[in-house]
Write a protein that binds this ligand. Sequence first.
Ligand code: 6PG
Length: 245
Amino acid sequence: MNNYRKVHVFERVDYMSLFAVQLWLEISFNAVRDKGFFAVALSGGKTPIDFYEQLSSRENRLPWSETHIFLVDERFIPLNDKDSNFRSIKENLLSSLELSRDNIHHIPTEEETSLLSAKKYEKELKTFFKTKEDVFPEFDLIMLGIGEDGHTASLFPEDVALQEKKHLAVAVKNGKVKHERISITMPVINNAKNVVFLVSGANKAHIMKKITARQDRQIPASHVCPINGRLFFLMDKEAGKHVKI
Ligand code: 6PG
């Protein structure tokens, strides 16, 4: 079991974003050099928007034509809905890049049910990563956020989806959130080469204290422990005010 785990607290969100851009740059160039492509999964939410904006301003200095962008999770709504993660990532990152459609792997939410959408996304993951049965894809980078309840991706506390050990993607019907979701599963997250949490705001300070101090294994974000990968907790000083470095 790998134990590469770094916690960084930044004075400002834009400094945190810049650090994350440097990580993306390092990881993407190494991946393209070693295997010809860079596979990354992105989260929705508000926190990563500044990061996506900073990333998009480096268009000409990153290997975009060899970059494949997947989504960590999605709400089971049309992709042009104001709550869609894909819409947010498109507006804040993708629309400023000249990425081929073949490089963008959104979660298909046009299926009859969220379960069918999850199955279709799982098939796309298996096809792209050419994984055999019971083998998990190995993302070069997965960008995650953390909710005030400690959820990450769309894996919520005490939700059965958090315990999924076989599938690569699951449908999530959690009464605590407005929309049904589709999410990659914890085994996919923990098989990544690099996992980066981006967290900001005083409303996350209490949960970040528990997670970084490893106080409560029940917290979904505490289940993230890459088997052979590196784990980064990046946060601004508001979210990190109770964190001991
Ligand atoms: C989503 C995200 C979710 C998000 C956290 C943090 O679909 O909402 O994938 O896991 O990362 O809820 O969201 P904020 O960055 O908006 O606080």
